[in-house]
Design a protein. Sequence first.
Length: 295
Amino acid sequence: MRNKTKDQCGRRGERIFSNACVFPSLIGVMIFFFVPFCIVIYYSLINNPVLKEFVGLENYTKLFSNSAFTKAAKNTAFFSLVSVPLSVILSLGLAMLLERNIPGKSIFRTFFLSPLMVPTASVVLVWQVLFHNHGTVNQIIEAMGGHGIDWIKSSHGQLVIICMFLWKNLGYNMILFMSALCAIPKDIIEVADLEGAGSIYKFVHIKLRYLSPTILFVLILSLINSFKIFREVYLLTGNYPNDSLYMLQHFMNNTFNSLDYQKLSAAAVLFAIIMIVVMAVLLIAENIFGKDVEN
């Protein structure tokens, strides 16, 4: 009986200690994340920070009729819808390629991981040299008899930014997939081989099932990184780039500089809602697809 009482006291002490360790982080999240977000929601429902008159959803309706916001939202959505799936597919393909015994495997791995060690400013400088109006790419095109274009200041700017995003993020995603592939039970693959299963069947019904948590993580990470492309675009083009490169972060940055807080707050709340919905859909899809593997 005494031992049982001691065990209960020990568990109670462990719970108190664990809660005490979590409490400072919880306070930090409340102060620096939850409370500011509630303030942002409040600002999105008033006419301006001075008069503070409640206007309901008027700021949101004005936002959808704002040409700068719609242009930024379309460009950001297009960039994310193209770059994020490409990042997942290409990095998974590279991981499966490097999983095999191919010559120069270490060189390929180093080549794709090297962009992670390069600062953003240096990355931008390299891409300016490549895609400037008189840059390396245009010189190669003109040497082959073609006509160069100003890549960054034209409608082809999205292509340049997508290539930059992939070049910078493929290496890290590839390492994540390589680790996940190594964690797949070998006995299941061996049984599938003995039963005559083809490579496509093993990939779809075995590997993808075990890779589903990693795919979810890489999708979320790539989605977050796709919204961070503003740094590169800003260093390349400034506050007001070509229409094809005007991202949602440009709109928020320019709106903040003009002190239009209610419009900025409405855009931030909409952005948060969209991100929450996307994350929820991804989590539900992963739970359905990988449920039998986890159990």
